[in-house]
Each structure stands twice: as C-alpha cells, then as structure tokens.
Ligand binder design. Sequence first.
Ligand code: ZN
Length: 408
Amino acid sequence: MSLKQRMYPTEEQQALMVMHAEHARFVYNLGLEQRSMWTKDKRHFRQKISVYTQCRELTELRRELDWLRAGSAVIQQVALRDLDQAFKNFFAGRSRFPRFRSARDPKSGFAIRNLALRRINHKWAQILVPKIGWVKFRLTYHYQDAQQGSSARAVHHNGLWHVSISTPPRQKVPADTGANVGIDVGVANTVATSVGIFIQAPSFTPGEQRRFLALQRTLARQKKGSNRHARTLAKLASLRRTLNDRRTNWVEQTTTALARTYDLAAVEDLKIVNMTRRPAPRPDLDTPGSFLPNNARAKAGLNRAILASCWGQFTTRLAQKMDVVRVDPRNTSRRCQSCKNVNALSRESQAVFACIECGYRAHADTNAAQNILDRALTTNPGTPGARTQKPRQRAASTNPLPTVQTVG
Ligand SMILES: [Zn+2]
C-alpha cells in the first residue's frame, strides 16, 4: 500500500528537492544507457553490469563531477536500485523495457530509503530527506500507519510536492457475518452482486463531458508546443484528475462496504490486459488473402469502457481488504442459475437472462454474479476462503541491501 501525502517544503528545501530529482534522473538514465549497451559478446566490458558495479562507478563519477558530488550519494544510489528493480520487473514479464526519464516529463521525483518520520501534531509530520533535513507534510492518514513504511518517494507534479510512503498491506478485518457474495464486473453495470445490487462507478457529469470534448476539439486546432496548447493540456489533465480522484474514492468506499458486509467475495479472474488487446485478424477461409470482420471497432469501444470502469483497481483493493476467490469466468453469463444448463441463447439481451430450458428469468448480471459465487463455493467446498488470495509477500532477497520498491 502507499500513503500519498502533500509535502510543504520551504523554498530553500524545494530547490534542493528539484536538484535531487534531477540527479536521480541523470543517474537513472546513465545507468540505463550503460545497461542497454551491454551484450554478452561485448567482452570489453569484462564483467556483467549489476547494481553493485554501477554503484561503484557512481562513486568514481562523483569524484570527477562537482555538481553531482553536491547532491546526495544515497539518493543517487537509490536511483540505480530503482533501475535495477525496473529491469527485474522487465525480465519477470511484469513491465515493459525501462525507458529513459525525460526532463520534460511533467512528473519527476526521487526515492527515499531508510524512512525516518517525526510527528509535529495530529495534522502535521515531517520526513527526513538526505542533505535537506526535515520536510513538513500534511498528515491525513493515521501517523501509526505511515510509521509502518520503510521507503517513500517524493514526487513533483504540477508544481506540488507529494510523498508516497509505501507500507505493508493492512491486516484484513473479517466481517464475521457468514455471508458470501458473487461479484460480476461489467460495462453496463460496473459491479453487480449475487444479491441483485448494482453499483455504478462515477463518471463525468454531462457538463464535464461537454467541457472535456470541447477542450479536445480546441486542442486539435492549436499548434503543438505553443503556450495555448500547453494550457489546454493542463485543463484536460485537471479534468482527468478530478475523475480519477472521484473513482478512487468510489473504489475505496465500495470495497470497504463489501468487506464489512461479507466474509468472502468471488470475482471473475479476468485478465484485463488480455481483454483490452486488439482482437486478432480473422482470415476468410473462402477467399484466401482477405479477412472477415473481427469486431475490432466494437471491441475498441468496449476496451475504452473497460479501462474507464476501473475494474483492476477495484479487485486489487477488494483483495487487500477481504478474502477474495478468483474463479474461471467461462460461461458465467450463459449458465442458468436455476437449472444449471449452459446455453448462449439464454442470454436474451445485454440486461435480460431468460433460460430457454426452464424459463427462469433474471437480470443477466445478477445471474452471472450468482454463477461466479457458485463456482467459488464448489471449487472450495466447505471451507470458503481456503484458496483465497494472500497478501503478496516481498520476495526473499539475496542482496545484503533491500531492493527499492517502486511506489505507485
Ligand atoms: Zn434454466
């Protein structure tokens, strides 16, 4: 988990923090360039590049460059560990190949390890930043929660500084109601539960939507790189941020309410990344060389809706707050809850499920949610929660130094 708090550095501190961010970016990019050049047959490098060799070289570089030496060695080393983690994530298939950090990126920052915090009063606390000292931040979480953290990241965005403190996941508090719930996530209804409740994620208000589209049209007319263009971009970003905050709020409130009501939640194990990928072309077997429609346009619309309805964030947070069983999603929308027959024709429309075998009628999403719960209970008979998702353990590290965790 990460706790994001607004920082209030003094002007003097701010200048030094900007310097830290620039140094972190410089060292990160330099390390990335070195790693990108290295291949097994380039023997002149003699030895494999690792975070250790890079840290040694950083020490040498600091001897040569006065301006780099003026910064913090700790912060610069952490940037190299950050890079190392980025490569580990890439080789494990968790993320893309690390990219260079651009000076024009509106977001910049640096990581802080060996977190030290100090409380001023119930509203304010301070964080120790290398070479700068104590920097004030506004406390909106419990101080005890922030204290659990081991590392943090200071981020500069839109002229504001925030600190994200990464903390271990909080202990789950069981609702102890003995009730279980099946959850179907979708486009028409963001969340449908097996007891027939529908919950909609917030979106833009009609006014905001008009404004958003108008700004997009304005943007298209403006010259790239001009001041007006930049101003329109900032306005669009601000609207997106509003929506994002609203959604995050909704995810927090909805998942907390579910965790307080039910002991176990069953959700579909949807690989959202797979679902948002462009559909494969379907070759026409009758006329070789040509292709049948693959519903790419329809799916593209759906993709946007999927991403917009924030399922990933929802299921992640839910699993952090309560026991969650992920089930195989196949046929959950085609199976009849009453007679258990699977038939694609039973799905009368987007909203209506009408079984063609037994005549059972229900809202399609409710029926699906019930099937999801059924499947969770039959795959874990008797012991609900037996195969639940455990909080992710930090991988045991062979390094004497702990690896940097990227704070989201
Ligand atoms: Zn039926």
